[in-house]
Design a protein around this ligand. Structure first.
Ligand code: ATP
Length: 346
C-alpha cells in the first residue's frame, strides 16, 4: 500500500512563497497529475515528496510512514525528472539495470526486467549503445525505463515526455498509461500539458500560484471547474465568460439574453464552454469575427455583448466573418462564478 499524504506543506525561498499550505492525499495505485502554468510550484511539490527539497512546514507520508525527514533513497520511490540523470559512460542496458544491481537482484531477473521495460519504451535496439550517444528523446525514454524497471510502489515523474516530438509523445503517452494502469504503482506526474494531464490522470490537481485550486477527475475539472481559473486554464479554446445581471424579480440576464441561473448570489459571472453553444433561433446575439475550419469542427470567434466569445460549431454550418448569428448555450452546461472570489457558485 503506497498512499501518499501531504499535510499542510509549504515552501518558502527567502521572502518568496512557492507553496502555500498544501493538503493532498493520493490514493494507493492512483495516477495523480499536477498541472499548472510555469512557476506555479508543481516541481517544488514533487521535489518535496521525493526528498530533494525540504519543506518549510508540514509533513509527507508514504505508505503510512512519515518520510519528510528521510533521504530520497529511503522513501521507496523511483523518479524521472526533466534533467533525467542518465549516466553517459554506461550502456543503455546498464543504465536501466543500475537500480536493480544496487538491489542485488539475480542476473536473470535483471535481464528480464531490462528487456521488458526497454521493449515498452521502444529502446530495445539501443541497449548496447552508450547513453552519451543518444538523442534527448532517447535518453528520456531510458530514464523512464530505468524507473519502471524498479517496479516501485511510488513513481514520481516531472515532464518525462517533454523532449519527444509530437508523434512519439502521443505514442509514449498511450504506452505509459497502459504500463502504469497494469502496475500497482502510485504515480505523481507533473506536466503543464493539459491534454497529457486529461489523458493520463485518474485525478488532476490544478495548481496556481503555489496552491491547489482543484483536485478531481479529468471530467470533473473540465465540466465543473471549482474556480474561474480552472475553466480558463483547461480546455482549448478555454471557457467563455460574460458578466451577468439579476433583475429584482430574480431573473438572470447575460448580454441581453435571459438565462436560467442560481437562486442566490448577485455578483456572478456566466460561463460556458465553446462546444456547448449551438446556432439557434434564440441565443446570444453574436457577430462572427474570425472563422477557422478545423476539419471536424469550425471554431468561430465572435463578438457577444462587446466581448470576444468562442464557439465550436458543426463544420457543415456555413459561417463567414461579419455574419450575425444567435448562439444558444446548453442549459445544463452553464456554470457560474463569483466575480470577486472567482469560485464556482450556484
Ligand atoms: P515549470 O513548469 O516552469 O518547471 P513549476 O510549476 O514546476 O514550473 P517550480 O519549479 O516549482 O514551478 O517553481 C515555483 C516557484 O518557485 C517559481 O517561481 C520559482 O522561480 C521558485 N523557485 C523554485 N526553486 C527555487 C529556488 N531554489 N530558489 C528560489 N526560488 C525558487
Amino acid at each position: 500500500m503506497a498512499e501518499i499524504v501531504i499535510k499542510n506543506v509549504a515552501k518558502r525561498f527567502g521572502s518568496f512563497t512557492a507553496l502555500h499550505s498544501i493538503d493532498l492525499t493520493i490514493a494507493d495505485q492512483e495516477f495523480m497529475v499536477l498541472l499548472g502554468a510555469s512557476g506555479c510550484g508543481k516541481t517544488t511539490l514533487l521535489r518535496i515528496i521525493a526528498g530533494l527539497e525540504t519543506p518549510s512546514q508540514g509533513e509527507v507520508w508514504i505508505g503510512g510512514r512519515r518520510v519528510d525527514h528521510l533521504p530520497p533513497r529511503e522513501r521507496g520511490i523511483a523518479m524521472v525528472f526533466q534533467n533525467y540523470a542518465v549516466f553517459p559512460h554506461l550502456t543503455v542496458f546498464e543504465n536501466i539495470a543500475f537500480g536493480l544491481r544496487m538491489k542485488k537482484l539475480p542476473q536473470a531477473e535483471v535481464d528480464a526486467r531490462v528487456n521488458r521495460t526497454a521493449e515498452l519504451m521502444h529502446i530495445e535496439q539501443l541497449l548496447r549503445r552508450y547513453s552519451g550517444q543518444l538523442s534527448g528523446g532517447q535518453r528520456q525514454r531510458v530514464a523512464v525505463a530505468r524507473a519502471l524497471a524498479m517496479e516501485p510502489d511510488v513513481i514520481l515523474m516531472d515532464e518525462p515526455l517533454s523532449n519527444l516530438d509530437a508523434l512519439l509523445r502521443l505514442e509514449m503517452r498511450a504506452e505509459l498509461k497502459g504500463v502504469l494502469a497494469n502496475s500497482k504503482t502510485t504515480t505523481i506526474y507533473v506536466t503543464h500539458d493539459q491534454v497529457e494531464a486529461m489523458s493520463l490522470a485518474d485525478r488532476i490537481s490544478v495548481m496556481n500560484g503555489g496552491k491547489i485550486v482543484q483536485a478531481a477527475s479529468p471530467v470533473e475539472v473540465y465540466r465543473n471547474p471549482a474556480a474561474r481559473f480552472v475553466g480558463s486554464f483547461i480546455g482549448n479554446p478555454p471557457m467563455n465568460f460574460l458578466p451577468a445581471n439579476r433583475s429584482a424579480a430574480g431573473q438572470w440576464s447575460v448580454a441581453g439574453l435571459d438565462v436560467p441561473g442560481p437562486a442566490a448570489g448577485d455578483a456572478l459571472e456566466f460561463a460556458i464552454r465553446p462546444e456547448d453553444l449551438t446556432v439557434a433561433a434564440e441565443g446570444f446575439a453574436a457577430t462572427a469575427r474570425v472563422v477557422e475550419p478545423l476539419g471536424a469542427h469550425t471554431l468561430v470567434t465572435a463578438e457577444v455583448g462587446g466581448q470576444m466569445f468562442r464557439a465550436v460549431l458543426d463544420s457543415d454550418l456555413k459561417v463567414s466573418p461579419g455574419d450575425e448569428l444567435r448562439l444558444s448555450p446548453k442549459a445544463d452546461r452553464i456554470r457560474w462564478f463569483n466575480r470577486e472570489t472567482g469560485l464556482a457558485a450556484g
